[in-house]
Design a protein around this ligand. Sequence first.
Ligand code: ATP
Ligand code: MG
Length: 262
Amino acid sequence: MEAVKAENVNIYYDGYIAVENLTFKLEEGETLLLLGPNGAGKTTLLRTLAGFHKEYTGKLFVFGKSPQEVKDFISYVPQSHTLNERVPLTALEVVAMGGIYKKSFIHFKIPNEILKSAEEVLEFVGLRHIMNKPFKELSGGQKQRVLLARALISNPKLLLLDEPLSALDPSARVEVANILSKIKKEKGITMIITTHDVNPLTEIGDKIMLLNKQLVAFGTPEEVLRDEIISRVYGPLSKAIKIGSKLYCIIGDVHIHRGERR
Ligand SMILES: Nc1ncnc2c1ncn2[C@@H]1O[C@H](COP(=O)(O)OP(=O)(O)OP(=O)(O)O)[C@@H](O)[C@H]1O
Ligand SMILES: [Mg+2]
């Protein structure tokens, strides 16, 4: 069964159209990398798939149902995390919160079975050893891995990740990309990941979508990461290059400008 099926979907904010006439399919287990410039509608699409934003027309199915009907199978990690860092939660407690939300009960004390699951998912992301550290003291890469663990604790079938690599330095990006690769290989969860930096993720992307309000391109990395396609969105200086079997993207930016000015 398709994990996601969209047919002629328009997404609105008070009548303003943010995503227009979108049609695509994603099979169960596939990873989709969602690319597009600021304001392209990436977050809007993720929030609509997560069932949070309901102002859309057209056909939109997640595992054959409307997003609202399958909310419990979806984990969404937003673009900017609004964890109040003044609340002194440990990494373990942050992850456990993901288990509590989904069960919709409120406990003053986190139940032991949830703490145990939280420990297991922290182990999965390689952070069991720091589980009792305050969240706010973790590095950017560790924080993002804790948030991935929090999204995993409810055993989702679809994981929606909005810019999980932004605000991370290159080595932390690789660290988080490795965990995403592990989620794909060992858990087989369908993922949609938005990113401005596709390079650390090209290996796990089965499909790439280039969105700029409308669909610009959709296909395998080989099909989409081509000069003539990415330059339609990112300008004429964008290049796709292949080193060995791996594809890289240089999104028309400072590097090339600098080279030309010299
Ligand atoms: N809550 C909102 N109310 C009204 N308009 C919105 C709202 N959120 C987003 N928009 C508009 O919808 C369009 C798409 O925004 P969206 O945040 O989905 O883009 P994005 O691709 O995620 O961009 P970025 O790369 O900056 O995160 C933009 O024109 C934006 O101004
Ligand atoms: Mg966004």
